[in-house]
Design a protein around this ligand. Structure first.
Ligand SMILES: NC(=O)c1ccc[n+]([C@@H]2O[C@H](COP(=O)([O-])OP(=O)(O)OC[C@H]3O[C@@H](n4cnc5c(N)ncnc54)[C@H](OP(=O)(O)O)[C@@H]3O)[C@@H](O)[C@H]2O)c1
Length: 504
């Protein structure tokens, strides 16, 4: 992504528009465009008796077609299927009520609305609030009382402004301070066992997380203003997973809160009436529109037939394939390796206990390496790309694409039995559940400090070098970035060429 061509500054965030231009240029340069069927919707996926995929699609002309394929990769991501709350009175509200996915279709509100209510306080909620408020629109921001509260927002630079937060997450030494099952074969096991398995080690780990959290709290100054107080996260940053983000706005977000352009309300929306939003607290808010940044449904994005096929492919479905005995054994193993995960926080402290826990009808994804269904992995004919949230998505996408290509063409060795892959998949899924109750670890891959160890595991499977720095000191102290993975595809090609020559 040459800055001369695409713009952007070193160490700065890249605009969405720039990323789109880069991807379009990439697709053109590498002749990908003519392999894409644009404006085509997949209606249904089936498998015939010979394990071939039958994909029923509707094309741009509305005509239905069938595509037959030997192998199938589903890469529909996790943020395409809107989770829209069912609120009584939508039909009488007399103004737009829409999900964040339809922000663009409703962009006129930035110029025409007097007041917009935003529901949800994770990153897209913050982004919507900023977009409206910085355009001069009064924002009534509703954070549901029964949920997990505002997400953690950090500055770009932490530890007294000395460390770039994103670099910290990609520094190997720092990743050791994070309890994780990823990257277990990186050769640094003794350090990690000391840090998480001993009393002394856990003191160090706790100190690190407390320091980091305090630093972010000091920066945000939530206690400096009554309205700011309402944005203070409700549970520790340690448990939040990717339900955290960076204050990457061109101006100070909090100025808009302090000057009253943004008013924060803690309460569940119970119903709507003409231009009015009624909250569980008894409060009523007046607004021209209701923007719902209420997240995404983590369920199969495509209809699989029969429905059990979705479960077989590792997707969340109506049927729970887990084995209670195995889950209990795995939970025991996780807690014995990482005792600090035993005392789980209450991530919904303002929820009425009479309502029971925040229920989730969604099952988790069950994918080995968050990529292939473990029970049918040896068929090598199906993979899912991008079923995880992480702080390093571009590199993860590249490495996962290489992993999937090698897996499907048979060149990636699968050394584990089906049973071992099922066990390991369940271990990683349960680990996410224990590690990130404040995020989405129980449902999908949720990677913060585990992003680098995840890269290590993918590269380790491919037999490629994952310790990519010059010397051990740099290896543990120098942050990893996309540049460290430059040329990885050619490394893989070269490795295979040498192996084939040796075999011959
Ligand atoms: N610029 C960026 O880096 C950027 C921008 C946007 C998103 N992201 C990432 O993309 C992922 C998705 O983010 P997101 O903000 O779109 O979704 P999200 O993280 O799933 O957040 C959804 C929000 O909606 C609330 N919510 C869910 N169901 C609700 C309901 N029925 N009624 C009321 N509120 C409800 C949740 O609160 P509860 O906690 O109470 O359930 C949460 O505050 C995250 O990993 C995020 O960090 C990144």
């Amino acid at each position: 992504m040459d800055p001369e061509v695409f713009g952007g500054k070193h160490n700065d965030h890249i605009l969405g528009k720039t990323i789109h231009e880069y991807l379009a240029a990439f697709a053109k340069k590498y002749n990908v465009l003519d392999k894409i069927r644009f404006s085509t919707k997949v209606e249904e996926v089936q498998q015939d008796t010979e394990q071939k995929w039958i994909i029923r699609v509707t094309g741009p002309d509305g005509a239905q077609k069938k595509i037959l394929a030997n192998k199938l990769i589903v890469a529909t991501g996790l943020t395409g299927n809107p989770n829209m709350p069912e609120i009584p009175g939508v039909d009488v509200f007399d103004g737009p009520v829409y999900h964040a996915k339809e922000f663009l279709q409703n962009k006129g509100l930035l110029h025409t609305a007097k007041t917009v209510a935003v529901y949800g306080a994770s990153k897209s909620g913050w982004d919507a609030v900023y977009a409206y408020a910085s355009a001069g629109v009064q924002v009534e921001w509703v954070v549901r009382e029964s949920g997990r509260g505002p997400c953690w927002m950090a500055p770009m630079w932490v530890i007294g402004g000395k460390k770039w937060l994103e670099a910290l997450v990609f520094t190997r030494l720092m990743t050791w301070l994070n309890p994780t099952v990823w990257g277990a074969n990186d050769g640094f096991g003794p350090w990690k066992r000391f840090l998480h398995g001993s009393f002394m080690g856990r003191l160090i780990v706790n100190k690190f997380w407390n320091l980091l959290e305090q630093d972010v709290l000091d920066y945000n100054q939530f206690d400096s203003h009554p309205e700011m107080k309402k944005l203070k996260p409700w549970s520790g940053s340690f448990w939040s997973g990717t339900s955290l983000s960076i204050l990457n706005y061109p101006t100070d977000f909090y100025d808009l809160v302090r000057n009253g352009t943004v008013r924060v309300h803690i309460g569940d929306i119970t119903r709507l009436s003409p231009h009015q939003i009624h909250l569980s607290t008894g409060e009523t808010i007046e607004a021209d529109a209701l923007h719902c940044s209420t997240g995404w449904k983590h369920e199969p994005p495509i209809k699989f037939s029969p429905p059990l096929l979705a479960t077989k492919l590792g997707y969340p479905g109506s049927y729970d394939p887990s084995d209670a005995e195995m889950t209990a054994k795995i939970d025991k193993e996780i807690i014995s390796r990482f005792p600090m995960l035993k005392n789980q926080p209450n991530v919904t402290p303002n929820r009425d206990p009479a309502k029971g826990p925040l229920a989730s009808k969604e099952m988790p994804y069950r994918l080995y390496r968050y990529t292939v269904p473990p029970a049918t992995a040896h068929d090598r004919n199906f993979a899912v790309a991008g079923a995880f949230l992480s702080l390093g998505q571009p590199v993860a996408a590249q490495l996962q694409a290489l992993w999937i290509t090698a897996y499907l063409d048979g060149s990636l060795p699968l050394t584990k039995s089906k049973e071992d892959m099922i066990y390991e998949t369940e271990l990683f899924q349960r680990f996410g559940h224990w590690r990130f109750p404040g995020g989405y670890g129980g449902k999908v891959g949720d990677f913060v400090f585990e992003t680098l160890p995840y890269y290590d595991d993918l590269l380790g499977d491919l037999g490629l070098k994952f310790k990519r720095k010059n010397g051990w000191y740099k290896e543990i102290t120098e942050p990893y970035g996309p540049k460290d993975y430059k040329g990885i595809v050619n490394e893989w090609i070269e490795k295979n060429r040498v192996e084939k020559k040796e075999e011959a």
